[in-house]
Design a protein around this ligand. Structure first.
Ligand code: HEM
Length: 506
């Protein structure tokens, strides 16, 4: 009943935001605007209200606009400029100045200072994900195993249909909540429900408010999202803060090294440890503050990993029968995991070369952001691009991720999902695992602000694909269901259904 009311609230809210959007569209049509820069616009055509219509087209037709921008780039930069772009300091090309508007971050009710948050998140993520993956890997596996069994069922005798995106969201929410907040919070249904609602509100705020013209009082439209956002945030905090307090007390009253050794297998412990050990006094030690940082981390992690998992499984299940993709991945998993302990071993996981290649290929074909490396020009005098073009202060520049991933100069048969593409390249000597970013592989962005969560993504997706292929038969799809592109986001089908059956194993 409570959940029905929440769904109702969400629907009304979305309706309201849609109305807000329509009114902004109307306003755009009634006013003429000029491009912010004296350089050509991608998507500009000879038509009435040409700039307004180009802006509107990019909300739903971004891929096409990007392709145009790619051929005749100005504020959409060509691939050749990426090396130059990532060398520019934030004082010249600012990520945050663009993000706070594009993702509406400055309008949403969130605590904390952005720069500090990013620095802290980096300090928590890096040791946990790069140095202690064994510790969290067993937990991730244990939660994936339990949640896949619950969600996909144990019936070996009959097939049943399930909504792929919903199933993966449930599984990944649990697996990542286990890593972030530990056991038993990751199994608490109310807690998971509130986390999910918070993440959805943030997503709606990011996407919808981020599309409303800046001069159309974004504060007002954001306030509509801020009501449920605050509500779910408060519920989330109510459950999480006591756990953070307990963890802080453990550190203060017991032998720190002992606690560190025994319990540093979730991010709650890791964040407390990082802050306790930082001698510079930069970080606020209040449990509410630390819980808030974890809340933001959940937002960055949960939906993106579920969306990437959905894209990937759709790719695998709709790849041509002759490629035997599902079978190949199953065989590889069977070879790599011979004991239960193998699932927690970081070195064993590295044996999943085909699976890793399929993950990287899935992200190549379907990056979640079709445009990225978005930056705002900061100097009052503007900046000059390597090709001599001058861009004035306040302009946004960006790079078209999707067209670069589809460029035949970098990938042969780029339109084709080739799950073993990167495994082949690795055999030829290229070091190309799924976490490796480059000027031609941009799904996790590139450079200073590239995604610090990609090791967790890679670990989670490998364990997930291996567990599903080993334990389930899944019917292949005749055709890959279409994605939806909204603004810069490439959303996989949310209605695609798959037929699954628990595999009979000796
Ligand atoms: C498949 C899943 C994911 C994809 C495709 C992805 C992609 C990205 C991209 C493209 C960016 C750059 C955004 C920008 O420039 O505005 C980014 C940033 C970030 N991601 Fe991820 N991400 C994923 C999962 C995660 C996870 C699981 C975490 C946390 C554990 C995470 C944490 C972050 C953080 C904190 C940033 C901000 C970094 C900064 O601004 O310096 N992401 N991600």
């Amino acid at each position: 009943m409570g959940h029905d009311m929440d769904s109702q609230l969400a629907i009304e809210l979305l309706g309201f935001v849609f109305l807000a959007y329509l009114s902004s569209v109307w306003y755009c049509w009634m006013t003429s605007s000029t491009p912010p820069v004296a350089t050509p616009w991608a998507g500009l055509r000879k038509e009435v209200f040409k700039t307004t219509r180009a802006s509107l087209r990019q909300v739903t037709g971004s891929i096409q606009t990007l392709a145009e921008g790619y051929a005749k780039p100005q504020s959409i930069l060509p691939q050749e400029h990426i090396a130059w772009l990532i060398r520019q300091p934030d004082s010249r090309l600012s990520q945050w100045a663009a993000r706070k508007e594009r993702n509406a971050m400055r309008y949403l009710s969130l605590g904390g200072d952005h720069m500090e948050t990013m620095a802290l998140i980096g300090k928590v993520l890096n040791p946990c994900l790069q140095r202690k993956t064994n510790r969290i890997q067993m937990n991730t596996y244990d939660e994936i195993r339990a949640s896949v069994d619950d969600t996909m069922g144990l019936d070996e005798d009959s097939w049943h249909e399930t909504n792929l995106h919903e199933a993966l969201q449930t599984i990944i929410d649990r697996a990542q909540c286990r890593v972030f907040f530990g056991f038993p919070l990751c199994r608490n249904k109310d807690y998971l429900f509130n986390v999910r609602r918070f993440v959805n509100c943030m997503g709606t705020g990011n996407l919808d408010v981020g599309q409303i013209p800046i001069w159309l009082n974004r504060h007002f439209w954001a306030s509509l999202i801020n009501v449920p956002l605050q509500y779910y945030r408060a519920k989330f905090m109510k459950a999480l803060v006591p756990q953070v307090i307990e963890c802080v007390q453990n550190f203060e009253h017991e032998d720190i090294e002992l606690v560190t050794d025994q319990e540093a297998d979730d991010f709650v412990t890791e964040i407390v440890k990082v802050v306790e050990h930082s001698g510079d006094g930069i970080y606020n030690k209040a449990p509410e503050y630390l819980a808030e940082e974890l809340l933001l981390l959940s937002f960055a992690a949960l939906s993106s990993t579920a969306a990437a998992g959905t894209h990937l499984l759709l790719d695998i299940l709709s790849s041509p029968v002759y490629m035997k993709t599902y079978e190949t991945l199953r065989k590889e998993a069977a070879m790599v995991f011979s004991t239960e302990a193998d699932w927690g071993d970081q070195v064993t996981l590295q044996g999943l070369v085909f699976t890793d290649s399929a993950i990287r290929e899935g992200l190549r074909q379907n990056p979640l952001q079709i445009r990225g490396l978005l930056r705002e020009v900061m100097p009052a005098s503007g900046i000059t691009l390597p090709d001599g073009n001058h861009i004035p202060q306040g302009t946004w520049i960006a790079v078209p991720f999707q067209p670069i991933h589809m460029d035949e100069r970098f990938y042969s048969n780029a339109d084709e999902f080739d799950p073993v593409r990167f495994a082949r390249m690795r055999a030829e000597g290229d070091r190309l695992d799924s976490t490796h970013t480059s000027e031609t592989c941009l799904a996790f962005s590139y450079g200073r602000h590239s995604c610090p969560g990609r090791w967790l993504v890679s670990q989670t997706l490998k364990l997930l694909i291996a567990y599903i292929t080993l334990n389930y038969d899944v019917q292949l799809l005749d055709k890959r269901p279409l994605n939806t592109v909204f603004a810069d986001t490439n959303i996989p089908s949310r209605s695609a259904r798959i037929s699954v059956r628990r595999r009979k194993r000796a």
